[in-house]
Design a protein. Sequence first.
Length: 241
Amino acid sequence: MKRLTQLLDSNRQWAEQISQDDPHFFETLAQQQAPEYLWIGCSDSRVPANEIVGMLPGELFVHRNVSNLVIHTDMNCLSVIQYAVQVLKVKHIMVVGHYGCGGVKAALESSRHGLIDNWLRQIRKVNQKHSELLSAWDHSHQQLDRLCELNVIEQAFNVCETTIIQDAWAAGQEITVHGWIYGLNDGLVNDLEFNASEDAEVEAQYNLAISKIEALRQLALVSEKGHNARNLWDRVRQLFN
């Protein structure tokens, strides 16, 4: 029998440290869960939701799957959204992807990967939808960066299209849906400029986010090779501000 002694010891050390910092932390945490945020992110172990935004347990409600997909037949994801919106009354839903996503990369490959190919089909549809836009980048890692961004935007749009969010907005509930992407190489979150707070804003926010990817495309065509995603986005924001 093998026991994960190291992890159990680390847990005890963590709990002791938290209790030293705030003697009432766990007592308060056990009595209620009242986060204002739902994080829909990737399962990748390098993207720890709470740590990235500096939040403690109880402050962020989290759902994760391969490549942060929001599919209208995925009862798991929809159940999480429903609980977050109708019970927890979150005010913000962030779809958070990350650069270099392995699932997005696999979706770009022609080889078969087994069962997960059924899941990745959703990303392949995003790739096909934006194939002309993606054609501006001639390096695979640059195309991967852009597809990771486009996938987040499409999934944020999908969140807005769920009956859960539509009904919440119709009832006057305050919820904003955001599209973010995280950089593994610098630890920073990039706002993809999709921020919809009502049904009337969704299409405009989607078009705005896509227009900024198109602006990246124009910069890529005239810029020197080697600009990373962060540099290109900084230049795009200068153009729009």
